[in-house]
Design a protein around this ligand. Structure first.
Ligand SMILES: NC(=O)c1ccc[n+]([C@@H]2O[C@H](COP(=O)([O-])OP(=O)(O)OC[C@H]3O[C@@H](n4cnc5c(N)ncnc54)[C@H](O)[C@@H]3O)[C@@H](O)[C@H]2O)c1
Length: 294
């Protein structure tokens, strides 16, 4: 018997068509954050601050939160705010410890209400705040180990939880991006940081678990972005204390350099915007090829 022409194939009625999706747009729109606000934890410096700039460049408003005092971030946040103003957008900064839930909840309430006033509702979150500590496992004490998990895992969880509450309440198909690390998947040569690596592995699993809870019914997406070695204050201290580490890191650098915060602008915007509409519970590793070696 001759095979049926495609046009003749009648699917059973119960199999739904995939019609219009959020990704049915032109490419510039797939990378646009116009019309919404993104909250960035760890937005006072380093990678978080760079990603806050990226949000503005993608047409979105941004609310940075960080534990750093206002006077420390003043200059950088002023520059971010004037960039936003020039683009007809707004940027804000709030000091908060992401491990303190009542404090974080209050900041969320004020960010959400300001965003609504500007008619730029909360649509995305980048959970970027994190800490690192280099200590031999045999010397790692419980308060330090717990602190690592409290900031990197519980803090990221609370950040996602309060965003999701708002997305669910308003029916927003928001996007949550958690900054994990290649260290959640591989172990770093020459770095004694068992707590950090385990905390980032937990972030990878947390993200998948939240994606599974909030994807069905609510359409909320949760993904991770896993950087390799980036030159920021976090790594500068280590390179200052142990300069030989640079050589070890460079041995894994397929592209002959370490990462810069700007290397994560496009990946972060992709994960926040509608271009990644069908991506959730996934990890995007950007590491200059580091984890590609055997
Ligand atoms: N630098 C790297 O090589 C590298 C590699 C992989 C992943 N990362 C991850 O990227 C993220 C950003 O790191 P970075 O390199 O920009 O370091 P960073 O130290 O410059 O930035 C981290 C920010 O988090 C903030 N923060 C820490 N604890 C907080 C708390 N309890 N509440 C609120 N804010 C808090 C800090 O004040 C700081 O501004 C981190 O999650 C880090 O683990 C960094």
């Amino acid at each position: 018997m001759a095979p049926a022409a495609l046009a003749d194939l009648a699917l059973p009625n119960e199999i739904p068509e995939v019609k219009e999706t959020e990704a049915n747009q032109t490419v510039p729109n797939l990378f646009s954050l116009r019309g919404g606000t993104t909250l960035v934890t760890g937005g006072g410096r380093g990678l978080g601050l760079e990603l806050a700039h990226a949000v503005i460049e993608a047409g979105g408003c941004v609310a940075c939160v960080d534990i750093l005092p206002h006077e420390v971030v003043e200059k950088d946040i002023a520059a971010l705010k004037s960039k936003a103003k020039l683009a007809g957008l707004y940027a804000s900064y709030d000091r908060v410890d992401i491990t303190n839930e009542p404090e974080l909840e209050a900041v969320y309430a004020s960010v959400i209400s300001a965003a609504k006033e500007q008619r730029k509702p909360l649509q995305g979150v980048i959970a970027c705040a994190g800490i690192q500590q280099i200590t031999e496992a045999v010397d790692y004490n419980v308060p330090d180990f717990n602190r690592m998990f409290n900031v990197n895992v519980t803090g990221a969880f609370l950040t996602a939880k309060h965003a999701a509450r708002e997305f669910i309440a308003t029916g927003t198909k928001g996007s949550i991006v958690m900054i994990a690390s290649m260290s959640g998947r591989i172990t770093n040569r020459s770095l004694k940081c068992s707590a950090y690596n385990s905390s980032k592995a937990a972030v990878l699993q947390l993200s998948r678990s939240l994606a599974a809870e909030w994807g069905p019914q609510h359409g909320i997406r949760v993904n991770t972005l896993s950087p390799g070695y980036i030159r920021t204050a976090m790594t500068d201290k280590l390179l200052h204390d142990e300069p030989e580490v640079h050589e070890t890191w460079m041995r894994g650098a397929m592209l002959d350099r370490l990462g810069a915060p700007q290397d994560f602008k496009a990946p972060a915007i992709f994960l926040l915007a509608s271009g990644s509409a069908w991506m959730t519970a996934a990890d995007l590793t950007i590491d200059g090829g580091h984890t590609g070696w055997a």
